[in-house]
Design a binder for this molecule. Structure first.
Ligand SMILES: [Fe+2]
Length: 187
């Protein structure tokens, strides 16, 4: 677990002290990623690394455009020289393309393309099953919480409202793949 350990140490140094709630959330996203490992095979470590680092764009050292997925991916690429697939997963996680569209940042997001759909499904599942304080949560309830937190005038509200059907479809696909992997006896 070299890549995941490296990403864990990095995310901890950026978030644990200054943004403890984000760090608690990130740790739950990480444990959710570990639980998906049997269904992911060789990409399990990449997902774990992306899970723990997915919100580093909120750290003061990374904030630039204001879209945390892009800021985190750029920090990982430009400051610490992370693996390009790890940067891509952080860039595209959850509602990122919708948020980038709202903010006029779609070109910046494409710096990290193409996205890897199966892994984007997986990191979105991990993010949406983890509450802002690190509890396990139902994805539909999590999206309601996000909409309530930001309110209808906020870009995140508009992005998440538009993304909602696809985000829930990602969760359903991950659950289906996990069930299939369990049936095949690889979990
Ligand atoms: Fe998150």
């Amino acid at each position: 677990m070299h890549l995941a350990k490296w990403a864990h140490d990095l995310a901890e140094s950026l978030l644990a002290e200054s943004l403890p709630r984000r760090w608690a959330h990130s740790q739950r996203v990480y444990s959710q990623a570990l639980a998906l490992a049997p269904a992911l095979g060789p990409d399990a470590e990449l997902l774990a690394a992306a899970a723990i680092a997915h919100d580093v764009g909120y750290a003061a050292a990374a904030v630039d455009t204001g879209q945390h997925m892009i800021d985190g991916a750029r920090y990982l690429r430009d400051v610490v020289g992370a693996d390009s697939r790890l940067c891509s997963l952080v860039a595209f996680h959850t509602s990122s393309p919708w948020e980038a569209s709202e903010l006029g940042l779609s070109d910046a997001l494409e710096e990290f393309g193409p996205a890897e759909p199966e892994l984007v499904d997986a990191i979105t599942y991990c993010d949406l099953t983890s509450s802002p304080v690190g509890a396990l949560v139902d994805p539909a309830e999590r999206l309601v919480e996000v909409l309530d937190r930001y309110g209808p005038d906020h870009v995140v509200y508009r992005a998440v409202s538009a993304a909602r059907p696809e985000l829930l479809a990602r969760v359903a696909r991950v659950r289906q793949r996990s069930a299939e992997a369990a049936e095949l006896g690889i979990s």
